[in-house]
Design a binder for this molecule. Structure first.
Ligand SMILES: [Zn+2]
Length: 318
């Protein structure tokens, strides 16, 4: 069976996995990433690909796919711009091609994850599909009539950066105010908790060192009924519902899958937004788009990057 190596370049780690053509992860190698300097990231990436190539599962590997944050020039695999890594015009694909004999494909991480979820996860069997990954940021990808939509300069699907609170929202990494990502990511949930903290003077929800304060604790406290966390969660859910309804207005897919760490809330999250999404869906027949939790979870990154390599690029027909 054909296989590919899928690499997930995350903010805090790099993971390389050998993935078979039926979407199964055969082996996986991960290293923490503390430094986002180009050479440090390349060194860690090369080390993880080396480990994957040597681990006994690599027979039949036809290519290496890299899912990277940022805007990617698909013609040469360069990262044009990544605010998360603070990269501009980094020839990621070119540098890795000098090092490995297998063909290298580089694509935006969220678009890769969309391809993985569409091919092997909740998107299977649909032809109009959207993935939203709710993590540190919000990534997105759109499949319309069976094709991953890339746009004129491979930038389509940046759903995280449509503004939903342009006047009173949080400042986004990209510099704009009130982007969907700033409001409805894990980071957004933490910011919502800070925004309402004065209404809960006795709450201890935010009594942690900033580096220890994650969205998971707030999500879990909300699920357990903590009043402060629930107030933050409700504001977060309102913003999430607005963004999801906007996606329905633009794309009217069969399915919108919510992935990323925050989506571990599962039914609690879907129940929090369902009625509001219906209310905000005006010009598209209601409930013609189902909103569900994504299936691949943390594996979507490596599986998606490998899918890209198996297909011969994000643009190639599946
Ligand atoms: Zn933004």
């Amino acid at each position: 069976m054909r296989k590919a190596i899928g690499v997930d370049l995350g903010g805090s780690h790099v993971t390389a996995a050998v993935v078979s053509e039926d979407g199964k992860i055969l082996s996986s190698h991960e290293q923490d990433l503390e430094d986002h300097a180009v050479d440090a990231v390349l060194q860690a990436t090369e080390a993880m690909i080396d480990s994957a190539l040597k681990d006994g599962e690599a027979d039949g590997v036809v290519g290496i796919g890299i899912g990277s944050p940022g805007n990617i020039d698909l013609r040469n695999g360069s990262v044009v711009y990544s605010p998360n890594f603070q990269w501009e015009n980094v020839p990621l694909g070119g540098r890795l091609s000098e090092r490995f004999t297998q063909p290298i494909f580089v694509g935006n991480d969220a678009r890769c994850a969309t391809l993985g979820e569409y091919t092997y996860g909740t998107g299977r069997g649909t032809s109009n599909f959207v993935l939203l990954t709710l993590g540190t940021g919000v990534g997105g990808g759109i499949v319309a009539d069976g094709d991953l939509i890339l746009g004129n300069s491979d930038g389509a699907g940046e759903i995280g950066h449509h503004q939903i609170r342009a006047r009173d929202g949080f400042v986004c990494n990209c510099g704009k105010i009130g982007c969907f990502e700033a409001q409805a990511s894990g980071t957004g949930l933490i910011r919502h908790a800070f925004a309402v903290r004065n209404s809960f003077p006795r709450s201890t929800l935010l009594d942690k060192k900033p580096e220890k304060l994650g969205s998971k604790a707030i999500r879990k406290a909300a699920q357990a009924g903590d009043r402060h966390a629930l107030a933050a969660w409700q504001n977060f859910a309102e913003d999430l519902a607005i963004g999801v309804a906007n996606v329905i207005a633009f794309v009217n897919p069969q399915l919108i899958a919510l992935g990323g760490g925050v989506s571990s809330a599962g039914d609690f999250m879907i129940d929090s937004i369902r009625d509001r999404v219906d209310e905000l869906t005006t010009m598209v027949p209601k409930r013609t788009t189902r909103v569900v939790i994504a299936q691949l979870g943390n594996d979507a990154g490596v599986v998606g990057a490998a899918t890209m390599a198996l297909r011969g690029g994000l643009k190639a027909p599946g």
